[in-house]
Design a protein around this ligand. Sequence first.
Ligand code: ZN
Length: 308
Amino acid sequence: MLSFPQQVNIREVGPRDGLQNEAVWVPTEQKIGLINALSHTGLKRIETASFVHPKALPQMRDAAEVLAGIERVPGVIYSAIIPNAVGAQRAIETQVDEVEIFLSASESHSLRNLRRSVRDSLQAAQEVAAILGEVNLPFDAVISTAFGCPYEGEVAIEQVMWVADRLLELNPQPTRLTLGDTTGMANPVQVTTMVEQFRRRFPGVVLGLHFHNTRGSGLANVLAGLLAGVIHFDASLGGLGGCPYAPGASGNICTEDTINMLHDMGVQTGIDLKKLIECANLAQSFIGHELPSQVLKAGPRTRLISIP
Ligand code: ZN
């Protein structure tokens, strides 16, 4: 008999992780409209923006305007990404509810994408944590390339655990650790092993999983995480956010595909699938290309059809 959690929390990352990978500029008003619509779907966590330097990520240059313009629906946590101390200060000014800091588990990915070593990133994380601590702003520490690195290939579980251990030494501590499969290299067996090791090493620490569907294993990995007892997952509406370096490649797992599967399994998310599909249609209308979402194409599974 399979046993898995009956209630799962989804963090919607489309407005940030999704949109930041889109080549076409999405006007501030449209971003705000999308986040407002998402706020009324039952989602409890929405990643809204990134405070990375505007030159490094032009799509997110309006992060402060977006956060100032959105409706703050009670009960919804609005988060943003911060890369460093400057980003932390900018985010604090917007009165965001929560922030996420990013580190890479792999040395090569860290050097190429964050332009600093893992150890330097950890040092910077302490500087940022201290700033956040002054205003009691909770933060999630995301470990990217936890399941594989595009430059190094395999990333040792021991290396991921070492980074997690250092992150838990931060003062104040992150409220959650998220393991990210940045380029879609995870497989379900690896997910099970990783989660089991994490639980053994860090009992009581809140764990989130962030999967990409780059090679089609996204939902299988969610299932593996679920069976291992994880209840926090990131997903992006419409599957928004393919890889900018591989045209046509899928990015984040799709929120409506994920909750369609979960709801059919009897796992609750508190999210209204119909409303979420409307949001995905809205996003699709302003990015100018088809989104990889399967549910958007097929519609939700209806229980009225009986197969003879
Ligand atoms: Zn992602």
